[in-house]
Design a protein around this ligand. Structure first.
Ligand SMILES: [Zn+2]
Length: 290
């Protein structure tokens, strides 16, 4: 039933060595996953009547996102918010505020269901319901996608391509963007994730997601070291923050100080996912590969 044949996990060739725009040495892709209550509902429908569990996600629209927007404004940083379709329907004003500040909203499923364990009808429903919500509520068409629960499957990759999604930001196998190669041919661009920037691992604990909490100095030291070395290698540092984590009071200080650290360099291109995808496509076209 499962194909265990010996072959690389990814058939895409090595990431091309395109220069970053404006002579920059590296890129920072600040990104947030707006799961809100849907991450808890998608994990277990019985959470619908667990008001305190749902309130973890409810924090995002009430406090987390406004505080994050304020912080990004102060640092003059534009980011991408991967928002579930459920969150767009439940929190339209919050999503409008994200767009009004010049940030990008991209696809993150509808109810934050795991693609790898979903049947085909559910995969299609998760994909299309979210696209429909983005269009109906916000008047936008998503350019990018991040897999809920950090997992995906071959059928989902083909689905992204068929729906015109230009980039994915889910894989953990590179430090530079590359283009997927699917059984049907070229797939979306990948802006690979650095999982050390997933704040959930350091700052959220719940009885069904129990984790040790990490303080500012521990997280900052990991983030600074990962970023500094990625900068030397000329890669992209892709972040995976959640407003129900990074929007908490002491955790927003970590983001604040990390952005301060990054902004001391003038050779970092801070870009939204769609900007990275635009640049990648332009570089491909310049090399006659488009
Ligand atoms: Zn998520």
């Amino acid at each position: 039933m499962f194909d265990l044949s010996p072959r690389p996990a990814n058939s895409a060739p090595a990431a091309p060595d395109f220069p970053w725009p404006g002579g920059k040495k590296c890129a920072l892709f600040p990104a947030f996953d707006v799961d809100a209550e849907s991450v808890w509902l998608g994990a277990d429908p019985q959470n619908a009547r667990r008001l305190i569990t749902r309130s973890y996600g409810g924090y995002e629209a009430r406090v987390g996102i406004p505080k994050i927007l304020e912080t990004l404004r102060r640092h003059e940083v534009k980011a991408t918010f991967f928002v579930t379709g459920w969150s767009i329907d439940a929190h339209p004003a919050t999503c409008e505020a994200i767009l009004a500040d010049g940030h990008e909203i991209a696809h993150h499923g509808y109810l934050h269901l795991r693609p790898d364990t979903a049947d085909e009808a559910t995969l299609v429903d998760e994909m299309d319901r979210a696209i429909e919500a983005m269009k109906r509520v916000l008047g936008i068409v998503p350019a990018g996608y991040r897999a809920p629960w950090g997992e995906t499957c071959p059928e989902q990759m083909e689905l992204l391509k068929s729906r015109g999604i230009r980039y994915s930001s889910s894989f953990r196998d590179d430090i530079r963007p590359y283009r997927h190669v699917l059984p049907s041919g070229p797939g979306p661009i990948e802006i690979p994730v650095n999982y050390s920037f997933d704040d959930w691992s350091y700052g959220l604990t719940h009885r069904t997601s129990p984790r040790a909490m990490f303080g500012r100095e521990e997280v900052l030291s990991i983030w600074r070291d990962e970023f500094d070395q990625t900068r030397e290698w000329g890669g992209v540092t892709t972040m995976v923050m959640h407003p129900q984590v990074t929007g908490r009071p002491m955790r927003i200080r970590i983001l604040d100080q990390f952005l301060e650290h990054v902004r001391q360099y003038d050779d970092v291109w801070i870009a939204r996912g769609v900007d990275v995808a635009d640049h990648y496509e332009a570089s491909e076209a310049a090399q006659g590969k488009a």
